[in-house]
Write a protein that binds this ligand. Structure first.
Ligand code: FES
Length: 104
């Protein structure tokens, strides 16, 4: 976790599992909210706007804004409505793949 982040996980002793976001591995607490866990791990852009290519990150954390849109195991999902599970393969939303945050 980056020291300058404002997100702090409530259960710091939760068992950690590995998920992948844009090809990079992150150890995050199992069962935590996926959007919050990725933010706490330092992920700062979940998708990119289609028009200007600006990186977007979770905003509402309740399923309304879709700024947390990602693909999890090939299915479009809102990260703020998911829990962390071992082995998740998470990719930025499709339009992000072509930009500066493209998966490698
Ligand atoms: S953060 Fe708004 S829908 Fe997920």
């Amino acid at each position: 976790m980056k020291p300058d982040l404002r997100f702090e996980l409530l259960d710091k002793d939760a068992p950690r599992v590995t998920v992948r976001f844009a090809g990079q591995a992150y150890d995050v607490p199992e069962g935590a909210n996926l959007a919050a866990a990725l933010l706490a791990a330092g992920v700062d852009a979940f998708r990119q706007t289609a028009h200007r290519g600006v990186g977007r990150a979770p905003f509402c954390m309740m399923g309304a804004c879709f700024d947390c849109l990602v693909e999890v195991d090939g299915v479009s999902r809102q990260a703020c409505l998911m829990q962390v599970a071992p082995g998740l393969d998470i990719r930025p939303a499709r339009q992000l793949r072509e930009g500066p945050y493209a998966a490698r």
